[in-house]
Write a protein that binds this ligand. Structure first.
Ligand code: COA
Length: 188
């Protein structure tokens, strides 16, 4: 495997980011200062679902810079074409800090997710990527995802002050086959 070297504007951190499941104490750091504070409730709700076993959150961490990436995976949701609890899982809220991009960390995080899901016998990983995000589309295509549909991409969330916002991000729905789906065993 090629060793990666990461450089940030203030600190040079030569350690390889550690990818691990999130803990409650990561929630504030996932706000990246003020940048994603408006998602405080979104992250807290995802963490509550993680404790119930229906969502997973992975973070990437370096010694010098703390959290530098995150990816969420929903195992079940009210749209079975995205996540149905046994075959399909849905990847979202995936981001790497800008100064750590383009060094393979994003690909590595998706790989960690895929290995986990294969181990749990999931056969497909789904995601939505905005029409106006060609960089992420290129990454997903390179990792083996294919476009399977369009999504209006309308979703709502309560911010850290409890005020509701609605975002509209017209998107492609993409999917990757992780393994052959389980076929029912025929008993004769
Ligand atoms: C999308 C995102 C998570 C990708 O993370 P990343 O760490 O930059 O991903 P990678 O480094 O694995 O891949 C990015 C590119 O770097 C290239 N790359 C990988 N390792 C590299 C290395 N060692 N040296 C140079 N380039 C490298 C990859 O080939 C890839 O090129 P491509 O875009 O032509 O496919 C990141 O860009 C991001 O956070 N974007 C903003 C949020 C976002 O759009 N999230 C996705 C929402 S659906």
């Amino acid at each position: 495997m090629v060793e990666r070297v990461y450089a940030s504007p203030s600190t040079t951190d030569l350690t390889r980011p550690n990818i691990r499941l999130a803990t409650r104490s990561d929630l504030l750091d996932m706000e990246w200062g003020d940048e994603f504070r408006h998602f405080r409730n979104v992250y807290a709700n995802a963490f509550a679902r993680m404790q119930q076993g229906t969502t997973l959150i992975w973070v990437a961490e370096t010694q010098a810079n703390g959290l530098v990436g995150q990816v969420f995976v929903q195992l079940v949701c009210d749209r079975p074409e995205l996540a149905d609890g046994w075959q399909r899982a849905y990847l979202y809220s995936f981001r790497i800090k800008p100064e750590f991009r383009n060094h393979g960390l994003g690909s590595e995080m998706v790989h960690v997710v895929e290995e986990y899901l294969r181990h749990r016998q999931f056969s497909r990983l789904t995601l939505n990527v905005a029409h106006d995000n060609p960089d992420a589309q290129r990454l997903y295509k390179r990792l083996g995802f294919q476009i399977v549909g369009e999504e209006p991409g309308v979703w709502s969330f309560p911010d850290d002050k409890g005020m509701w916002h609605t975002l509209t991000e017209p998107s492609w729905r993409m999917e990757k086959l992780l393994r052959r789906p389980n076929t029912p065993v025929k008993i004769s």
